[in-house]
Design a protein around this ligand. Structure first.
Ligand SMILES: Cc1cc2nc3c(=O)[nH]c(=O)nc-3n(C[C@H](O)[C@H](O)[C@H](O)COP(=O)(O)OP(=O)(O)OC[C@H]3O[C@@H](n4cnc5c(N)ncnc54)[C@H](O)[C@@H]3O)c2cc1C
Length: 464
């Protein structure tokens, strides 16, 4: 086996996955550099001053890999997890509608239900479109019809992505959006049946203690501590000299570099100015996370819900998680407390106005408007943060930019992987990210193929 010096930038799931695999394969010549004092990246968790635990946005694990599952069992032990049914809902028109929305339009006011059905009927009458949609907006219209598009798909997607659907591609969709089966929609209406996406086979698990971050802290703790360097921020990379420079002025030499920092920042750090126009084509959105700790217990209709989508303009958030439902240990005392976590998107095309206090106020008012809480008196703790890099946007021409950027770096001995390193939304969850790190090591040490990076459609296909 080669004894190349491998340097990894970032101790999120991707960097930790690579480090784990190197260790597993007995390759000892590696160093991991992380700017924060802790591991986890976007999958870290924090505990606020009142003792509420928060993730950086509601994290649940939908694994596509046996390797990932085995590692999760190993890291927290079989007893370290709680398993939940994945109950998700849409709140609109002052009521909860089960997800997927399009299957449950019977819950809408009659006029709106009719508009959705008519839109679908028109689509079926027209037959398959001859031309491929040019963007996500056109794809929505061609898949859902005008009724569903106007009522839910367009407003909701703008709220999540923070870009108009016309600015997005639709190639990322794969398994993520359930498309419409008209016969089933009609049957649900006539039989007055809820068509829910959860059930015995639709479960997810969550750490019993410490939030999602517990997984990644455990992973880092099991790696040789002398190879992990925290508070080590990389400020530049000299691709010719094969050396990274840290904020404290020191340098670290490498033969191969795995970077998990945002791709456009890697372009800046390496001074590869000829790549800058491609990097400028990439888009991302920022995410504001708001934790609201409450006294008492959730209302009965919230007692089993996992997360809820909010397409309407009566609140700034697109999603709220009942975070105390994920683990009773996410709150200081489950007999006295419960908790909600809200997410708000931002981009240059969707500015979130106001300062921190004003934004929090908007979120609390939104929770009142949508009846998640009854009064401000219930609130015993608030916590908020803004993630500049929240979602890697599947913007138009993204793949063209990536097809220039990633190979150009590979040729320099630098591999850019992970949620913002590879910038592919469709393979940017924790399991995908960890496996991007693992598969990168397999390719370097064993000549394996990086399936996750190159073939999202294979890894995201229904579980083998
Ligand atoms: C709102 C939200 C909700 C999500 N929900 C889910 C979910 O439900 N399920 C799921 O599986 N995933 C979810 N994710 C995705 C999950 O957080 C990511 O898959 C995962 O954290 C990506 O790992 P990564 O290592 O690629 O990147 P990151 O987690 O971003 O880690 C990159 C690391 O690099 C470090 N770094 C950056 N720059 C430097 C530098 N210059 N020098 C040194 N270190 C540096 C950072 O500090 C960070 O630790 C969600 C993400 C968000 C934002």
């Amino acid at each position: 086996m080669s004894n190349e010096r491998i340097v990894i930038i970032g101790a999120g799931p991707t960097g930790l996955g690579a480090a784990w695999r190197l260790n597993e394969l007995g390759h000892a010549n590696w160093t991991l550099l992380e700017q924060s004092p802790y591991a986890g990246g976007l999958s870290a968790s924090i505990v606020d001053e009142q003792g509420f635990t928060w993730d950086l946005g509601g994290h649940v694990q939908f694994s596509h890999y046996d390797y990932f599952d085995r590692l999760m069992d190993d890291l927290l032990g079989a007893d370290g997890w709680l398993t939940h049914e994945r109950e998700s809902w849409v709140w609109m028109r002052d009521r909860f509608i089960p997800y997927p929305f399009q299957m449950n339009i019977r819950r809408l006011p009659r006029e709106e239900m009719m508009a959705c059905v008519m839109g679908l009927v028109r689509l079926y009458k027209e037959g398959p479109a001859h031309e491929k949609p040019a963007n996500f907006g056109e794809w929505i219209d061609a898949t859902f019809g005008t009724g569903l598009a106007e009522l839910f798909m367009r407003p909701y997607n703008y709220k999540v992505w923070a870009y108009p659907p016309e600015a997005l591609d639709f190639s990322w969709i794969g398994e993520r959006v359930a498309v419409v089966d008209l016969e089933r929609v009609l049957r649900n209406i006539f039989e007055e049946r809820d068509d829910i996406s959860w059930g015995p086979n639709n479960t997810f698990r969550f750490p019993k203690h410490g939030g999602t971050g517990a997984v990644w802290r455990a992973c880092a703790d099991r790696l040789p501590s002398e190879r992990l360097r925290f508070n080590a921020r990389v400020v530049s990379v000299d691709a010719k000299a094969r050396e990274v420079r840290l904020a404290d002025g020191s340098t670290v030499a490498y033969d191969r570099l795995l970077s998990t920092i945002p791709l456009e920042r890697l372009v800046e750090a390496t001074g590869q100015t000829e790549l800058a126009p491609w990097a400028a084509m990439l888009r991302h959105s920022a995410t504001h996370i708001f934790g609201v700790g409450l006294k008492g217990a959730p209302r009965e209709d919230l007692a089993k819900k996992c997360w809820m989508y909010f397409p309407e303009m009566n609140c700034p958030f697109y999603r709220v998680t009942v975070f105390s439902n994920y683990s009773p240990n996410n709150v200081p005392d489950i007999t006295q407390n419960w908790s909600l976590m809200a997410e708000v998107s931002e981009s240059p095309e969707k500015i979130v106005p106001g300062d921190e206090a004003a934004r929090l106020e908007e979120v609390i008012q939104g929770m009142l408007n949508t009846r998640l809480i009854e009064s401000r008196e219930q609130i015993v703790s608030t916590w908020q943060t803004r993630l500049e890099h929240g979602y890697p946007t599947p913007a138009l021409r993204r793949d063209e930019a990536l097809s220039q950027l990633l190979p150009a770096f590979d040729a320099l001995g630098i591999s850019s992987r992970g949620r913002f390193g590879a910038h592919r939304y469709e393979v940017s969850n924790q399991d995908h990210s960890l496996m991007q790190g693992v598969e990168w090591v397999n390719s370097v040490l064993q000549g394996g193929e990086e399936i996750t990076l190159h073939h999202p459609e294979i890894v995201n296909a229904p579980r083998r």
